[in-house]
Design a protein around this ligand. Structure first.
Ligand SMILES: Cc1ncc(COP(=O)(O)O)c(C=O)c1O
Length: 404
């Protein structure tokens, strides 16, 4: 590795960044343990990235680097564990949701409070439904936290600024800790949609909202990066009670540190080539190329599913997924029952066996009872995606013929 630092074939700005990271590592090597919250210089660069993004100060000591956002989310969720007189703390999560949340809530013996996203309004977050879910749950648990995934997985929705403001007010009135899962912040495609970070909106709202406890998460797994196996992520946690923060830092120190390679990847994400630097143009070309291709695919997927009888799909405003609804014939539902499977699981297996296409049934994410969905990604390259969608369409029409 050090010899690459003298390689004239590598751009000077890339080498200079690598040198900086290595200077921040103990013994000048990525092979050493780092501080449990991560390498200081990278945490400082994360804070600068957030400041550039939001236009509000970010303190590097509020940044914790983690092995993917998953580890950050789990580590922060642990803070909610506090069973008072046998009453479980409640954590509000969207339905449909990314299963990391339901799994972590179950593992930590917390109470899951599901709030349904509104499919009829492009999977937006309806405040009346949030209130309904909270009120229904408060007799069986102590609601402590509200998790929001924006842009959404599996739903592909992007929250409006107004919606986020309403959510912040809701959480403030009930003293809820906010989890903002913002791993898809670079993945926004639809016209009129824009990513607004919870931190920015909360800061713009001013007192008393800017004093609320908020943890927001980012990752190198998504966006234009897609470096999911390298396990890089960060959490920014603001307004945490100092005594709780001390315990939190103690708890993450028990696992020593997140992988230093993942930390170095986060450095690349938050400190990309700047205008005028040798790598800038090739970096921008690749970034914009990936994001604009994803935007084309997002549209292609939703348009195709909407043209299939018995399927309806919301606009994929962001993230990397579509979550279409399918109307399944009664006979297919009966056939699924005979197989001991949920109807959408049955459909997914039939699709896999007949076409080789793999989807995740909606029941894996949660859906309103009596409705059926599946999640698919927009990730295959456009030529492969086109072939896949055609096969899918053909399968669906045969499936309907068979069971109608
Ligand atoms: C909404 C959401 N949050 C968190 C994660 C986890 O990401 P990471 O690879 O950074 O752990 C994912 C991964 O799919 C996700 O979709």
């Amino acid at each position: 590795m050090p010899s690459l630092l003298d390689d004239p074939n590598l751009p000077e700005d890339a080498k200079s960044r690598a040198r900086h990271v290595l200077e921040g590592c103990k013994g000048g090597s990525l092979g050493s343990y780092s501080d449990s919250a991560g390498i200081e210089i990278i945490r400082r660069h994360v804070a600068e990235y957030i400041e550039r993004r939001d236009g509000f100060p970010s303190c590097w000591e509020n940044i914790v680097l983690c092995a993917g956002a998953s580890e950050g989310i789990r580590g922060t969720m642990k803070l909610m564990i506090n069973h008072e007189n046998g009453v479980k703390p409640g954590v509000m999560i969207p339905i449909p949701q990314y299963p990391l949340y339901s799994a972590t809530i179950a593992e930590f013996d917390l109470h899951q409070i599901g709030y349904y996203l509104d499919e009829s309004k492009n999977w937006s977050l309806d405040l009346a439904e949030l209130k309904r879910a909270y009120d229904d749950a408060k007799s069986v648990c102590t609601p402590k936290a509200l998790c929001v995934i924006n842009p959404g997985n599996p739903t592909g929705n992007v929250l409006t600024r107004e919606n986020i403001e309403g959510i912040i007010k809701f959480a403030h009135e009930r003293n809820l800790f906010l989890f903002a899962d913002e791993v898809y912040q670079d993945n926004v495609y639809a016209e009129g949609s824009k990513f607004h970070s919870f931190k920015k909106v909360l800061m713009e709202m001013g007192e008393p909202y800017n004093k609320m406890e908020l943890a927001s998460f980012m990752s190198c797994s998504k966006g234009y990066m897609g470096e999911c196996g390298l396990r890089g992520g960060y959490a920014e946690i603001i307004n945490l009670d100092p005594a709780v923060k001390a315990m939190y830092l103690k708890s993450i120190s028990a696992k020593l540190c997140p992988t230093t390679l993942g930390q170095a990847v986060m450095e690349c994400v938050v400190n990309p080539p700047k205008e005028g630097e040798p790598s800038y143009e090739s970096f921008m070309k690749e970034k914009q190329g990936v994001l604009s291709s994803l935007a084309t695919r997002a549209k292609m997927v939703a348009d195709t599913f909407n043209s299939v009888p018995g399927m309806s799909c919301n606009i994929v405003q962001g993230a990397m997924y579509a979550f279409p609804q399918i109307t399944l014939p009664e006979k297919a539902i009966e056939a699924a029952k005979k197989e001991g499977q949920a109807a959408d699981v049955f459909y997914a297996f039939q699709l896999l066996e007949n076409t080789g296409i793999c989807i995740v049934p909606g029941s894996g994410f949660g859906q309103r009872p009596g409705t059926y969905h599946f999640r698919t990604t927009i990730l295959p390259q456009p030529d492969k995606l086109k072939v896949m969608l055609e096969k899918f369409r053909e399968f669906h029409s045969n499936f309907l013929k068979l069971y109608e």
